[in-house]
Write a protein that binds this ligand. Structure first.
Ligand code: C2E
Ligand code: MG
Ligand code: MG
Length: 483
């Protein structure tokens, strides 16, 4: 009831004002809840869905799909170089580039597609319905083309490398997590091999990935139990058959997986960061063993490109030499073209330090990669090792004779010594001797063997050197006669 002086309207105001406030509070709360829910589902930088929201929405879509009549696809888009941009120009520039790419991706996607930011350098797109696999491939190519366009930053153009991995939905793999794993493997395969930058997942990739995981576990155990070993393969002077060097090669045998080739475990060690420890061990072990050999015999150790970026390579070499009192001039360091590929100052400076220390630097596997002549003048190598594929091609490709001869002549003119790898037949010996190759290494002249077994190789070669005719010369004569 209205008191004196207060009108009925005033009373109504008294009642409705608090009600309006409650209403407003309710709206604010709903808005706040909406904002929080949005924040929880979206990436703050790009506004795209975040990984967990993407996963649950894709899972929901997959669960309600009829896999017999409907095919969907997922694409993971990886942007290489983003961490490098963030590292060199600053995180804010990296963030700016990520936002620019996200905006482009958003304009390419169709309404039915889901797009998310997976992590700092990758995005994912889910297409719930596709006509045929070609449609996804076209989409992947469109995305790569759009995202590869440089991003403008003040007066700079930031160029990023973009790759895409594609996987199709199937009734058996109808979980977002599986699809994400598959697109990740497809992306890795597509960008690793320097191919077109996009590729489809196939089940062999999952098999290879499981094998890599097994090898990694075996490698970790081998390191822990200290059961890795080094074998040594002899290298002979081509003209006289004199034993001049051994190449140290890692050997790994696991109780369950058996013998695993370095061709398989070295890349796993590189990928997992274990190569630093293994490489340091190989250097120390090679110097320890070689310290007991006659003083004219050198040892060569393979160094992975990653060791140059570990920051400990020079210390590892110093320690290995010092621990065994082994002179640096008897240690040869073998690197491959992939080490030179990045043309990095970091690599060049360390190579120069190793050379100044007295180590010989050898370019290994010449002929397998780009075989770029630029490596030969960019760094003063001591030796070049011609890959065994070139030597084996002598048997079948007539052109190879001229090619090998030219490589050897060119290397000699640059002051390099040449070793030919993969010598397996008498004919190889004859040919390479004729081309004036300096050193020979291969199964014919000696397989890699244990520390104990090679002592007999050393003794035998020493005894042979006392005879007027050398074993290798005999091989050469025998082959020349039968030619
Ligand atoms: P690589 O450095 O080119 O070593 C030569 C490879 O050729 C060795 O294979 C050797 O056993 C093989 N080989 C030698 N002569 C012949 C022949 O006449 N015929 C054939 N078919 N093969 C021959 P292996 O020991 O399996 O090593 C493979 C690769 O693994 C090496 O190639 C090297 O790149 C890497 N590797 C081995 N040990 C190490 C290591 O301690 N550190 C690093 N970073 N890499 C290593
Ligand atoms: Mg080698
Ligand atoms: Mg080699």
């Amino acid at each position: 009831m209205a008191t004196s002086g207060e009108s009925a309207n005033d009373l109504e105001d008294h009642i409705t004002e608090p009600l309006n406030e409650i209403d407003q509070l309710r709206k604010d709360k709903a808005q706040l809840e909406g904002d929080v829910a949005h924040l929880l589902r979206h990436d703050q930088l790009t506004g795209l869905l975040n990984r967990s929201a993407f996963v649950s929405r894709v899972d929901h879509m997959l669960a309600t799909m009829d896999h017999n009549s409907q095919k969907g696809a997922m694409i993971e888009i990886g942007v290489r170089g983003l961490p490098r941009i963030a590292g060199s120009l600053g995180r804010h520039v990296g963030d700016y580039a990520v936002s620019a790419l996200a905006a482009r991706l958003n304009t390419i996607r169709e309404d039915s597609h889901l797009v998310c930011r997976l992590d700092y350098w990758s995005f994912a797109l889910f297409m719930p319905t596709i006509g045929d696999p070609l449609e996804v491939l076209t989409k992947a190519k469109t995305i790569i083309a759009a995202l590869s366009q440089p991003v403008d930053w003040i007066d700079r153009k930031i160029k990023l490398e973009v790759g895409a991995g594609v996987a199709l939905t199937s009734a058996s793999d109808s979980e977002a997590a599986t699809l994400l794993q598959n697109v990740g493997l497809a992306l890795k395969a597509a960008t690793e091999k320097g191919g077109p930058g996009y590729g489809f997942y196939n089940p062999a990739m999952a098999k290879a990935s499981r094998r890599r995981a097994d090898v990694l576990l075996a490698l970790t155990e081998t390191i822990e139990k200290q059961t890795m070993s080094l074998h040594f393969q002899p290298i002979f002077r081509a003209s006289t058959g004199e034993l001049v060097s051994f190449e140290a090669l890692m050997r790994m045998s696991h109780p369950e997986l058996g013998v695993i080739s370095p061709v398989e475990f070295i890349p796993v060690a590189e990928e997992s960061g274990l190569i630093g420890r293994l490489g340091a061990w190989a250097l120390a072990e090679a110097c320890r063993v070689a310290a007991s050999w006659p003083p004219h015999i050198t040892v060569s150790v393979n160094i992975s490109p990653d060791q140059f970026y570990s920051g400990t390579l020079l210390t590892d070499v110093h320690n290995a030499l010092e621990l065994s009192s082994f002179p640096a001039y008897r240690l040869e360091v073998e690197i491959t073209e992939s080490t030179m590929l990045k043309d990095s100052d970091i690599v060049m400076a360390q190579l120069a330090s190793l050379r100044d220390l007295g180590c010989a630097i050898v370019l290994d596997d010449f002929g397998t990669g780009y075989s770029s002549l630029s490596y030969l003048w960019k760094f003063p190598f001591s030796k070049l090792k011609i890959d065994r594929s070139f030597v084996h091609a002598l048997d079948t490709a007539p052109l190879m004779k001229g090619m090998l001869k030219s490589i050897i002549d060119l290397s000699r003119n640059l002051g390099l010594k040449i070793t030919a790898e993969g010598i397996e037949t008498d004919a190889h010996v004859v040919a390479l001797r004729e081309y004036k190759c300096d050193f020979l290494q291969g199964y014919l002249t000696g397989r890699p063997a244990t520390e104990t077994d090679i002592s007999s190789v050393i003794l035998k070669n020493f005894a042979e050197s006392l005879k007027p005719k050398l074993e290798l010369s005999k091989v050469i004569e025998r082959a020349a006669m039968s030619a």
